[in-house]
Design a protein around this ligand. Structure first.
Ligand code: SF4
Length: 371
């Protein structure tokens, strides 16, 4: 039923410290009002009442008991949020730009989903990006094949290529599937196209047009709202679902067409909020690898963060929430924290064995020579 180390899905939940993790991949990264409210209700009824938003704009229910799975699967199927089988679910690894208007984006995603229903046999990590708004904005997210906007139309680009092959809207998905089949036939044990050691048979013609990612606040497409640590409570999601929600890979959601709203407290409303510069993983007790609580500490430290500085509070050296360097990293170890500056969570610490109460002074003292 559930296996450690699998890429979790709705049909392939993964065991964690607080029960099963069940991942939902909304079509085109979008939830209708009814879907959003129903997912909130399911998290409340069958999970721990918290919903995670992941870096590929998927949702995760946590704390799910194995006995609840049949009811959850039935409800997700009714909502149109369950694939026909675990293989189809894994292949439907498509990141969709949340910044799209009256363009081809939704039709391209629907065609790609349809094309992936029955193959090819791709590894779970193999992913697509449909980044066809006015400019490509998903360059910071991982994807093996990207359909993107270029100056003269659309391009198909493989990871590692600076330029992509010009394609029409009608050609884009068939050509992407052709390259995916080309990869599947040659990959052996390799999971990513950029590491195959063979150049994909794509012409390098045009670079993508690139644009800025969404930040919290009003946008031409609706209201962008940041979720601290990429998580929201079920009741808050219920309240937020005033309009269809577009999920972003930037720990935020876009309320389609909404200019202003009475938001639940604790969410991020503007780009100046220091919580946007703070990452924290699940930590204890939700993750079995953690010996420290992470998110309440991260919230307390956010207000005192020096201007522009980034902070990462990690339950252990694995660094799930932010595997890259941060200006300040606190890594849990044996019930206390290591303090690390300008490096990742597994780097050599400047200070060891800090309790939560020691940390503000330790950060100030360590940063003082650098400020
Ligand atoms: S970084 Fe460690 S403690 Fe945090 S979620 Fe990942 S495995 Fe768990």
């Amino acid at each position: 039923m559930s296996l450690r180390g699998w890429c979790p899905g709705a049909l392939r939940p993964m065991m964690s410290g607080d029960g099963l993790v069940l991942r939902i991949r909304p079509h085109a990264g979008r939830l209708s009002v009814a879907q959003a409210r129903a997912v909130a209700d399911l998290a409340q009824a069958h999970g721990n009442g918290r919903i995670d938003l992941g870096a590929r704009a998927h949702l995760q229910l946590r704390g799910v008991a194995e006995a609840a799975l049949p009811a959850l699967w039935a409800a997700l199927a009714d909502l149109g949020l369950l694939d026909q089988d675990a293989g189809a679910e894994a292949r439907r690894n498509i990141l969709t730009t949340p910044i799209h208007g009256a363009d081809e984006t939704l039709a391209l995603v629907a065609a790609l989903e349809e094309g992936l229903r029955t193959g090819p046999d791709l590894p779970a990590k193999f992913g697509f990006a449909v980044d066809t708004g006015a400019a490509a904005v998903l360059g910071g997210a991982s994807a093996d094949l990207r359909i993107e906007r270029a100056a003269d139309g659309l391009i198909l680009r493989a990871e590692g290529m600076a330029r992509g092959e010009a394609v029409s809207a009608a050609q884009a998905v068939p050509r992407a599937l052709e390259i995916a089949r080309w990869f599947a036939a040659r990959r052996g044990a390799e999971t990513r196209i950029a590491r195959l050691g063979l150049a994909p048979p794509l012409r390098a013609e045009q670079p993508p047009l690139t644009g800025a990612v969404l930040v919290p606040g009003a946008t031409p497409f609706g209201l962008c709202i940041g979720l601290p640590f990429g998580q929201i409570g079920a009741q808050d999601l219920h309240r937020l679902a005033l309009a269809p929600l577009r999920l972003t890979p930037w720990r935020s959601v876009l309320l389609e067409g909404v200019a202003a709203a009475d938001l639940p407290p604790g969410l991020i409303r503007n780009a100046a909020d220091p919580l946007l510069r703070v990452s924290a993983c699940t930590g204890a007790p939700g993750c079995a690898s953690a010996t420290v609580e992470t998110r309440a500490l991260a919230r307390r430290l956010a207000a005192g963060l020096p201007a522009g500085a980034t902070l990462h509070v990690s339950g252990c050296a694995k660094g799930c929430a932010h595997p890259r360097p941060a200006d300040i990293t606190l890594t849990g170890r044996d019930g206390a924290f290591d303090l690390i500056l300008n490096a990742g969570p597994a780097a050599a610490p400047l200070r060891r064995g800090l309790g939560p109460a020691d940390i503000p002074d330790a950060i100030r003292g360590s940063l003082a020579p650098r400020l």
